[in-house]
Ligand binder design. Structure first.
Ligand SMILES: NC(=O)c1ccc[n+]([C@@H]2O[C@H](COP(=O)([O-])OP(=O)(O)OC[C@H]3O[C@@H](n4cnc5c(N)ncnc54)[C@H](OP(=O)(O)O)[C@@H]3O)[C@@H](O)[C@H]2O)c1
Length: 301
């Protein structure tokens, strides 16, 4: 049973966690600070970020939490955040692509992408690309991207509907965004491997965890989910697969980690099931080419 007590000492390490003002991201950041890391709490609302930072720093851990503002629904904001990081930090050891939205009302990012695809995947693709030169500067850095068991409900990214050209099905779009997260994680590792770069890309998912992610869920759907899942894990427990992927020595590049219980809904970190579509190299290549075009970014491998 791997818990946060197993996290190796993180003193001297610099981590960035997106969506760290609440939920799984907050617990991830808190545990990394407790283990000694300097952690950027990256959120879109400065007041919420300040509150999370002081909540963590008031605990008097070895590590320290610091503020960062990023709106993943805007590629300009992602760029500004990355520039600020480059100006203020000389390395990054851990980047955690955690922020996410689930089934919001139909909406689009600043660049016109469907919100879930835009925030959950495209914004993180851009962020990772912009920080990539800093990440690869020191061997052994890690990028952890938070996907979901829901990635299995999508069999491919529908490139014809990413700007809501057709219909909007909130659950379908969520599953597609999480499939894209996992395809990205694995494709990134393929590219790192072929370039011989010592940087690890891993995925994680938190099973079913009680957070604000359900904020857009109709009450009837929420009750039905509760009935199906029996119980939801507390956020500290949902953060464990992410923390495992970010710090455990046995983690493999391109690996994916989630709770070890039945259907990966509850439990403690263990290797998780990757769908065929998530592992599909053609799909990974196609997604990467699309994302490069959409963001105008080419990772300097
Ligand atoms: N909870 C679960 O059972 C579950 C299951 C599978 C996967 N996940 C994944 O776990 C990750 C964390 O979710 P959570 O459960 O902790 O949900 P949460 O409590 O709703 O936290 C989501 C975080 O993402 C931030 N965020 C949303 N849109 C953003 C944007 N445009 N720019 C920057 N930050 C943004 C939120 O900021 P605000 O507070 O300002 O809105 C919040 O900090 C997500 O990727 C989610 O898909 C969760």
């Amino acid at each position: 049973m791997w818990t946060k007590e197993n996290i190796p000492d993180q003193s001297g390490k610099i981590a960035i966690v997106t969506g760290a003002n609440t939920g799984i991201g907050f617990e991830t950041a808190l545990a990394l600070c407790e283990a000694g890391a300097r952690v950027v709490i990256a959120g879109r609302d400065i007041e919420k970020v300040k509150q999370a930072v002081s909540e963590i720093n008031n605990r008097g851990f070895k590590g320290v939490a610091e503020e960062g503002v990023i709106d993943l629904a805007s590629l300009e904001s992602v760029k500004a955040f990355a520039e600020a990081i480059k100006a203020n930090y000389n390395k990054i050891d851990i980047l955690i692509n955690n922020a996410g939205v689930m089934i919001p009302p139909a909406g689009q990012t600043a660049e016109g992408y469907e919100l879930q695809f835009g925030i959950n995947f495209l914004g993180h693709f851009a962020l990772t690309g912009r920080l990539y030169p800093l990440l690869k500067k020191h061997p052994g850095a890690r990028v952890v991207t938070v996907s979901s068991g829901a990635h299995r409900f999508a069999t491919n990214v529908d490139f014809e509907n990413l700007k809501l050209e057709q219909s909007y099905d909130p659950y379908r779009e969520y599953a597609i965004s999480k499939l894209a997260d996992l395809q990205f994680t694995i494709e990134f590792q393929r590219r790192l491997n072929s370039s011989g770069i010592d940087l690890l890309s891993a995925g994680a998912h938190p099973g079913v965890t009680e957070t604000e992610l359900s904020r857009h869920m109709p009450e009837a759907d929420y009750q039905a989910a509760l009935e199906r899942f029996k119980t939801l894990m507390p956020a500290w427990q949902g953060a464990l697969p992410t923390l495992f992927a970010a710090t455990a020595t046995e983690v493999k590049g391109g690996g994916y980690y989630g709770p070890d219980g039945e259907h990966e809904l509850h439990g403690y970190p263990a290797p998780a099931n990757i769908s065929e579509a998530a592992n599909d190299e053609n799909q990974g290549t196609q997604l990467w080419a699309f994302a490069e075009k959409a963001t105008g970014l080419k990772y300097p491998f």
